[in-house]
Design a binder for this molecule. Structure first.
Ligand SMILES: [Mn+2]
Length: 399
């Protein structure tokens, strides 16, 4: 029997699908959460008998085992058992110290790997699988989704595959994929799936639009966060809100029911694992999380609740436009006005009563400053016209 313990996300389940394609009913596949894996593998060793010892081949993919289980696998292998751990996470590189560990973060050309792409290569290498165009594309879509390369390549087919994965049960997903991967040159969604995906996309779009109106800005130790409450679509929200509000260092997505905060950033110079670490959490530089403890509650709920959402940039303007050569007007919730203008090569902000802020290297830097410091947003045309009129009358340009 081929005993596979793999992650219960798209990449992990894709490994399961490849095993099913390669070994059919001879594969026993278990999907695990990150926290559930050790317990499941331990249980497997507990029920191991002589026959399993001889005939089983244990595989762990897309996940890491703890020290105890590592020792258990070492013993199993030294007694003649067959085992392999195949993974692509940086945090698992130490498994390469063992004969049964195979961890690779990127391939020879520098392309990031995924568990499924490594497993696919492994199975083809062993002659357990013949490649076909449909599997090639499926594995590549999974890889792009798992490494977020799809976002760089703007390959929405990969994102759609992940959406579909979460819309149906794992069993149904497996069944749907296996039947179309057995033959074929291309990987395509069927009509029903396409309809489902369209509906899901509309739903996510509306959800994100609503969250754009709810997000609240906060600052701590010089880092600016955007706080939003949401139970689902955390990666989409982190990405979309991050792009919509680039002046924020990161987005904090709160799930009060689940007592969790997810942190996301689109900026290379911000490390959100450090933010989560302040509350005992962790993760990666661009995506991390923590449990809502007392301190986190104070900072992200108690202090933020009385604040108003971020003022949105006017979006129907004809005159007051970003980056306009004639300058553009910003306004905050207190109706303070800020006029960004260019003087020579540098940009300045003119505040009321003739206070001048700056200089700034470009208008983007000035806008970032205004948004962070004053919560200002692009003013509507009416405010812009009123502002111009006041200048004309007060300063007597017409006389
Ligand atoms: Mn993975």
């Amino acid at each position: 029997m081929y005993r596979l313990f793999t992650h219960n996300d798209l990449d992990g389940v894709a490994c399961g699908i490849l095993f099913r394609l390669a070994f059919g009913e001879k594969a026993d596949i278990r999907y695990n959460s990150v926290s559930g894996l050790n317990f499941q593998v331990e249980k497997y060793f507990e029920r191991m008998n002589e026959r399993m010892k001889k005939e089983d081949h244990l595989y762990i993919t897309d996940l890491s085992v703890n020290h105890e289980i590592t020792e258990r696998i070492n013993r199993f292998v030294s007694e003649g058992g067959k085992a392999n751990l195949i993974d692509h996470h940086k945090t698992a590189l130490h498994f390469n110290d063992y004969s049964w560990g195979y961890v690779k973060v990127e391939d020879e050309s520098g392309t990031l790997t995924s568990a499924a792409s490594l497993v696919y290569e492994y199975l083809k290498d062993k002659g357990k699988m013949a490649d076909n165009g449909a599997i090639d594309e499926f594995v590549e879509l999974v890889r792009q989704y798992d490494t977020w390369d799809w976002d760089i390549l703007q390959n929405f087919k990969a994102k759609n595959l992940n959406d579909l994965f979460y819309m149906v049960s794992i069993e149904e997903f497996e069944e749907r994929m296996i039947s179309r991967l057995q033959t074929g040159d291309e990987f395509e969604f069927d009509e029903f799936e396409q309809k489902l995906l369209e509906m899901e996309e509309d739903k996510i779009e509306r959800y994100i639009r609503r969250k754009k109106r709810e997000i609240i800005q906060m600052e701590h130790d010089g880092l600016y966060g955007g706080v939003v409450h949401a139970e689902s679509y955390h990666s989409e929200l982190g990405n979309e809100l991050g792009k919509e509000f680039p002046h924020l260092d990161y987005i904090a997505i709160l799930n009060v029911g689940g007592r969790k905060i997810s942190f996301r950033t689109i900026h290379d110079d911000v490390d959100v694992s450090a933010v989560a670490g302040e509350f005992g959490g962790g993760g990666h530089a661009k995506a991390s999380g923590c449990t809502i403890n007392g301190e986190a509650y104070k900072r992200y709920i108690d202090q933020v609740f009385p604040l108003e959402p971020i003022k949105q940039d006017a979006f129907k303007n004809t005159y007051n436009l970003k980056d306009s050569q004639k300058g553009c007007l910003y306004e905050n919730r207190d109706r303070d006005l800020f006029f960004i203008y260019k003087d020579g090569t540098r940009h300045f902000i003119k505040q009321e009563h003739d206070k001048r802020l700056g200089p700034f290297n470009d208008s983007a830097e000035a806008v970032r400053f205004l948004k962070r410091k004053y919560g200002a947003a692009l003013a509507r045309d009416e405010a812009y016209i009123g502002y111009l009129e006041s200048i004309v009358y007060n300063k007597g340009f017409l006389s």
